[in-house]
Design a protein around this ligand. Structure first.
Ligand code: G3I
Length: 301
């Protein structure tokens, strides 16, 4: 196959990209995105500050722009993200305790009702674990009680039973890291106790401080063995090494429950890391060596 989406489909997987509403008027960007990808994540437009800028007043303008573009171009959509310590609107940042817990529940219900039946998978909870030590990150949500994550997942299941429900985080790619083990233990506990969870999102932002490690395949297969899908949700590789892109792709292809890969942007100039990091698969309108590496790996599967 000659595109990433079609090549991934040969093994029943998807290949997606983060899309930003502000770039949908750029024809070079939309030409590449429409041709290559089969899954779309809104880079910012379905986050809490974007969708509920005032308590109880929802705004789906930019989220819908991305959703509609995706569907009109034959793509599925991942929802990102419903409960997170970051990108909270000011009103939510100022809440605590029971009122924050209720606001989180209301937010999940409001957003998931709007997109009910339309989303392949939701990142229900994002980045809830600490970068060191394997425990929870301190946040206003965590201070509402340790059960906030399972409450978010139970709320989400009831709101849209058709959506896969994911826990999504960064630096849980390296199997030996305490953060990875902390999330693994949470997912195992949820599966044992019947808390609804369907997938784990490995963000997979690889750089000098958190480089790709060949134990990534063990991480993917270990989560999958708990009975959840694994999705590579925000892949970018500082420097854009084709070898590393191929290795990540092959690691996903090696595990049946690795459902697909999403890169966190289309062209280098679109990346949150800046074009100088050269982290993505396109440079302007041109396919980079990393693109060829990924396409060849998908086609060899
Ligand atoms: O849209 C405003 C613009 O009006 C304003 O002039 C400008 C001034 O700073 O800010 C613009 O908003 C920025 C937005 O990106 C759109 O470009 C925000 O400041 C900026 O904080 C925001 O950054 C996003 C970041 O999440 C926020 O946490 C990045 O685009 C986005 O790529 C990044 O994505 C996250 C995932 O959601 C979760 N995992 C990590 C990943 C990378 O950080």
């Amino acid at each position: 196959a000659s595109t990433l989406g079609a090549a991934a489909a040969q093994s029943g997987r998807y290949f997606g990209a983060a899309i930003s509403a502000g770039r949908l008027g750029d024809s070079q960007y939309t030409t590449i995105a429409s041709r290559e990808f089969s899954m779309v994540t809104a880079e910012n437009e379905m986050k809490i500050d974007a969708t509920e800028p005032n308590r109880g007043q929802f705004n789906f303008g930019n989220g819908d722009r991305i959703y509609n573009w995706a569907v009109q171009n034959g793509k599925r959509v991942r929802g990102h993200t419903l409960a997170w310590h970051s990108q909270q609107p000011g009103w939510m940042q100022s809440l605590s305790g029971g009122s924050l817990r209720q606001a989180m529940i209301d937010h999940i219900n409001g957003v998931m009702a709007h997109y009910k039946g339309k989303i392949y998978a939701w990142d229900v909870v994002n980045e809830a674990y600490s970068d060191s030590g394997g425990g929870r990150r301190d946040s206003n949500l965590q201070r509402t009680g340790n059960d906030w994550i399972e409450v978010a997942f139970r709320t989400a299941r009831a709101a849209d039973p058709a959506a896969k429900l994911c826990y999504n985080d960064y630096n849980i790619d390296n199997w030996t890291w305490a953060k990875t083990q902390g999330v693994y233990n949470m997912v195992r506990d949820f599966k044992q106790r019947g808390v609804p969870i369907d997938c784990v999102g490995l963000q997979s932002h690889f750089n000098g401080n958190s480089p790709y490690n060949s134990n990534y395949r063990t991480t993917i297969s270990s989560f999958a063995a708990l009975g959840v899908d694994v999705q590579i949700t925000e892949l970018d590789i500082q420097g854009g090494s084709p070898q590393t892109y191929a290795a990540v792709t092959n690691d996903c292809l090696a595990v049946a429950r690795c459902a697909g890969i999403t890169v966190w942007g289309v062209r280098d100039q679109d990346s949150w890391l800046g074009a100088g990091a050269s982290p993505l698969l396109f440079n302007g309108g041109n396919k980079k060596p990393a693109y060829d590496a990924v396409l060849n790996a998908l086609n060899a599967a």
